[in-house]
Ligand binder design. Structure first.
Ligand SMILES: [Ca+2]
Length: 178
């Protein structure tokens, strides 16, 4: 009888320990925008605004959707029939989701855009997003890679890539906290 009581006590302790570990794990989940302030390049750049609208403004942390005068959004040339923009994360990350902030009133320009991770297709915007900020996950699941690119099919009515912020959300290794 005494041994059974001890077994039950140990079982209870193990359950409590497991619950405690799970709580710690939950606290340790860490998501981060790994594209923030990383180097970017793009196929062409609209000349409005001089040095404004450089490729890096899409990862400057500012989601403001006003294009003119803010220099906060990228815009490929209207004549560019194979436009693309990409960010180099510096090393390989698991890409859990991507958040795109379109230009105010120009959400339709996201239609036709294809997001790739090291050349692997992550997501294709078959339709105009319902809102200016859109969070998507890769259709085929989490992809690993260091270069995340947005490109567009030149047959789309508006071939321009015009967006104000692009976030790559990655999850880091679990951290056990007290
Ligand atoms: Ca921005």
């Amino acid at each position: 009888m005494w041994e059974k009581k001890m077994d039950a006590t140990l079982l209870c302790l193990e359950v409590l320990l497991l619950c405690g570990m799970l709580t710690s794990v939950a606290r340790g989940l860490h998501f981060e925008n790994v594209a923030l302030n990383k180097p970017c390049t793009m196929s062409s750049r609209l000349s409005w605004g001089g040095e404004q609208h450089l490729p890096d403004v899409a990862v400057n942390g500012d989601t403001n959707g006003t294009f003119i005068d803010t220099g906060n959004c990228i815009h490929t040339k209207n004549s560019d029939t194979t436009p693309w923009w990409e960010v180099d994360l510096g090393r390989s990350y698991p890409v859990y989701s991507v958040v795109v902030w379109a230009r105010n009133g120009y959400e339709s320009r996201m239609k036709g855009c294809i997001i790739t991770v090291d050349g692997q297709e992550c997501y294709r915007f078959d339709n105009t997003p319902a809102s200016r900020d859109t969070s998507v996950t890769c259709t085929s699941g989490v992809l690993n890679g260091s270069v995340v690119r947005v490109s567009k099919d030149s047959t789309e009515l508006s071939g321009t890539i015009n967006m104000c912020e692009f976030e790559v959300i990655s999850k880091f290794t679990l951290v056990f906290l007290p």
